[in-house]
Design a protein around this ligand. Structure first.
Ligand SMILES: [Zn+2]
Length: 210
């Protein structure tokens, strides 16, 4: 800096020129392919030495340590500086232990395990929805049977179609279900056909007569 004081250009302008020039083959910037360390790797022993020196600096109360702290603050890296309290948890899926920072909400050891849980939840939500739908259809059939008791009781087993046509149409409107097998499943837990359904409806009516 002292040397440059007497010169008509500043050190900074020289460095800027050096970095930006098209003729530059190497420069002192810490990043980019022209930096002095580009494509060079430290040997293991060199790494060890650097690590050892860094560790000693952290333990010291030197100016160098102060500079390292400032450097970390500037770069936003806090790793190795502030020790965040950690804890061991058991993965809720595979029961393996894993370590996380205490404030983390992580419940699974990895993405595979959390993914498995997402699938489980989606499946149980689907099953739950089906259950509610089936319950709704069954309750509707019971109510409809009572409301149309005379018709249901008078329906001969060879004329089921006519009687239940409007019931099925109403279910379609209300629950968006057209498939008779789904309707039967809602009542019996499995498809048992039209005859069984009308007999179920007749039973409902008879129970409600008494
Ligand atoms: Zn796991």
């Amino acid at each position: 800096m002292n040397l440059y004081e007497t010169l008509p250009f500043s050190l900074t302008s020289i460095i800027t020129e050096w970095i930006n020039s098209d003729h530059t083959t190497i420069h002192k910037a810490a990043i980019g392919k022209l930096n002095g360390h580009f494509n060079l790797k430290h040997s293991d022993s060199a790494k060890k030495k650097i690590g050892e020196r860094t560790r000693k600096l952290w333990e010291s109360d030197s100016v160098a340590k102060q500079k390292m702290i400032e450097g970390l603050k500037k770069s936003g890296i806090k790793k190795g500086y502030i020790r965040v309290p950690r804890e061991k948890r058991k993965c809720q899926e595979c029961k393996q232990e894993f370590e996380v920072i205490k404030t983390s909400s992580q419940k699974y050891c990895n993405r595979t395990c959390s993914g498995k849980n997402v699938i489980k939840n989606a499946t149980s939500q689907y099953v739950e929805k089906r259950k509610i739908l089936h319950q709704g259809i069954k309750e509707y059939i019971i109510k409809w049977s009572i409301d149309n008791m005379e018709l249901v009781l008078a329906t001969p087993l060879n004329r089921i179609q006519t009687t239940i046509a409007s019931l099925i149409e109403e279910i379609h409107q209300l629950f968006d279900v057209k498939d008779f097998r789904v309707i039967s499943k809602a009542v019996f837990g499995e498809d048992r056909g039209r005859k069984e359904l009308i007999m179920f409806m007749k039973r409902i009516c008879n129970e409600n007569v008494c």
